[in-house]
Design a protein around this ligand. Structure first.
Ligand code: BG6
Length: 454
């Protein structure tokens, strides 16, 4: 792997690690009020990074990473949503300065799932164009405060999930048809907000780089039947191309547009949007990858209403891949080659540098004494890092790799028993205890892996 120019990093997101609920002027976020399944914690304490910041940065330094991919809590920067919150800005100044003092490049994402609850109550959140302007204003505030020191920025984390997860975005419409329409409208507004953000970024952080963070979809047909192959192509349009084509080219795939028009779900747009959509492009693409997906054609009369919203589509349905090893939390199966396949495709379509912003294995790790022997995670990370090396050796521009996650955190929907961290956080869903940090075996393995590549 090419030395020096490659960033070995680690990833987290604000609502999943920070905690500090209501502290330092933080406003109420959608993630603070959502109803979580029984027995699963909410994100009010999370991993309590708000009160463990220095300790966490020292653990990063000890680990030897050169990049920390985190996110800004929209409601820590903007309080309830309409006024800048100086204490929140101070908190992130401290985080950024501590990173830099310890040789770690700060790499924030502006929007990682949580948003001001007030926006949902006042105008339906992303359903309204007001949210576009408020996002751009928030982004501008971040660029002005931190752009002198922060040169690498992510815009929206996983638009696929951000526009579909109703507990995160407040799309509580009861009528299912209207709810789907809202989802596509929200997604359009996110794309528009992202493009306007690129434009303003170029004015303020002239020497910076910015890009979307996608949930990379590696979609295989369940069989070689031409119908399943077409289903896989369609799924690729609806689960990935519709977001990245917008981020890069400012247009939707034709099949996607036609389908939405037929269903009456095509978003409302304004003539003036066209220019901003086509004229502003990102510098790189952030890649979140956990596993691949298999799809097939929908059988006649088959019910897809229980699937996640983007899968409620007559052009494809989730299938099964018998070739991959499945685990408790990885129901689609572990597929390191998928990382290689998917990133190759993304590069050939968009011709932009890429960085792996999330990749990891969830497990209900067990703390034995002061040790966590997570050999399964080491195996997973090693196999995926090897695929990154393969890409770099073959000449694909991969700028870095960030495991998800630096430390155990609240999973987006399954609480604390679903752990991803290199560092164990001593708490459970029911008992937050002191959130003590205990490096796992994977932490020491990753540290050696980084060392051997320096
Ligand atoms: C990605 C998100 O979708 O996957 C993370 O960016 C999330 O925020 C991760 O935690 C794993 O998903 P989950 O649902 O297991 O937390």
């Amino acid at each position: 792997m090419e030395k020096k120019t490659f960033y070995w990093g680690a990833s987290t997101s604000a609502f999943q690690v920070e905690g500090g609920y209501g502290e330092g002027g933080k406003g109420l976020a959608t993630t603070d009020v959502r109803k979580v399944p029984a027995g699963v914690t909410d994100s009010k304490v999370a991993s309590d990074q708000y009160h463990h910041l220095e300790e966490d940065i020292l653990l990063m330094k000890e680990l030897g990473i050169s990049l920390y991919r985190f996110s800004f809590n929209w409601t820590r920067i903007m309080g309830e949503g309409y006024e800048e919150n100086p204490a929140g800005i101070d908190f992130y100044n401290r985080l950024i300065d501590l990173c830099l003092e310890n040789g770690i490049t700060p790499f924030p994402t502006l929007y990682h799932f949580e948003m001001p609850q007030k926006y949902v109550e006042d105008f339906g959140g992303w359903q309204s164009r007001k949210c576009v302007e408020l996002f751009v204003k928030y982004a501008e505030i971040c660029f002005r405060h931190f752009g002198d020191r922060v040169k690498a920025w992510g815009t929206i984390n996983e638009q696929l999930i951000a526009s579909a997860a109703t507990d995160l975005n407040g799309n509580h419409e009861a009528n299912q048809d209207e709810k789907m329409k809202n989802m596509y409208q929200m997604s359009y507004h996110m794309s528009l907000a992202e493009k306007k953000t690129f434009a303003i970024f170029r004015e303020i952080v002239k020497d910076g780089k910015i890009g979307p963070i996608c949930s990379m979809q590696v979609i295989y047909p369940e069989t070689p039947s031409p119908n399943d192959i077409l289903a896989a192509r369609n799924a690729q349009d609806f689960l990935q191309n519709c977001f990245l084509d917008m981020s890069v080219f400012g247009r939707y795939p034709i099949g996607y547009s036609n389908y939405l028009k037929t269903k009456g779900w095509y978003p409302e747009t304004k003539a003036e949007d066209a220019e901003v959509l086509t004229n502003n492009r990102p510098d790189f693409i952030g890649i979140n990858y956990y596993c691949s997906t298999c799809v097939r054609t929908l059988a006649e009369g088959e019910d897809n209403s229980q699937l996640p919203p983007f899968y409620r589509n007559e052009l494809f349905i989730l299938g099964n891949n018998p070739y991959l090893k499945k685990t408790e939390w990885m129901e689609f199966g572990i597929d390191p080659e998928g990382l290689y396949v998917g990133m190759r495709d993304i590069y050939e379509r968009y011709q932009l540098p890429m960085i792996v912003t999330e990749n990891g294995l969830a497990f209900s790790d067990i703390l034995e004494g002061e040790k966590v022997s997570d050999h399964y995670r080491i195996e997973y990370l090693e196999q995926h890092i090897n695929q990154c090396e393969r890409l770099v050796e073959e000449g694909y521009p991969v700028m870095g790799y960030c495991p998800w996650s630096l430390l155990d955190l609240v999973s987006s929907h399954q609480g604390f028993k679903k752990r991803y961290g290199l560092i164990y956080v001593d708490r459970t869903d029911d008992d937050v205890k002191e959130c003590r940090r205990i490096p796992k075996e994977s932490y020491f393995w990753y540290k050696d892996r980084i060392q051997s590549n320096k």
